[in-house]
Ligand binder design. Sequence first.
Ligand SMILES: [Mg+2]
Length: 250
Amino acid sequence: MNRIPDSVSAPPTELLRGASLFLDFDGTLVDITATPDAVVVTEQLRRLLVTLQERLGERVAIITGRSASNVEGLFKPVPVLVGGSHGLEIPGDRGDDRIHRPAALDEIIAELREVERTYPGVLVEVKPLGVALHYRQAPDAEQACRTATEQAAARSGLEVQAGKMVFELKPRGADKGAAVRTLMSRPPFAGSRPVFLGDDLTDEPAFAAARELGGAGVLIGDPRPTAAAYRLPTVAAALEWLAEASGAAR
Ligand SMILES: [Mg+2]
């Protein structure tokens, strides 16, 4: 986390040749919206995913903080491999490998609903294995949201994951880096080089994992200290690069 890539370090299109491609969703493939429900997946984005899957021999996965079923639904009818809940939901995991829904979650959700009622604009997003508290529409409530999630974490053993205008509670010991490692140990990904595109702090463990496995991370957004080797400034630039790079992928 010590490099600040400058504006010239756009990734070469050859980066995808023979690679496995891991993509964050919000802020990477779609612009961040006022609420998570407001996001739209365009026909053009569906087609881009299909092209990438074809060119990369199906070595494409979306690794997102959203639930897997949410993102699968947004891309319908195009089938996508989704590691949901920051990679806590990895498809194909045996039942006994799965992380179970935390027992304290219902109580915590009730507490966070209180924060939602107290601060208009704050939004609770219930996930299969955690819960997120968004304050994008109530920036003044940042401290209240931070305090509420930190207190719940201290009591429950869950972990606070800070993101862009959101604090999230999730089970410990799993992040997007672990998701990349898990998928890279399996077909069709095993033996290839991982490339991870993401915009948020939650993507940093995945950038690091991609680098350690011989690949690279691509930060989407403004320069910041990061484990990514490359940077693209916007979602639009990321989509343009993916379209170009898909042509050079085989
Ligand atoms: Mg993101």
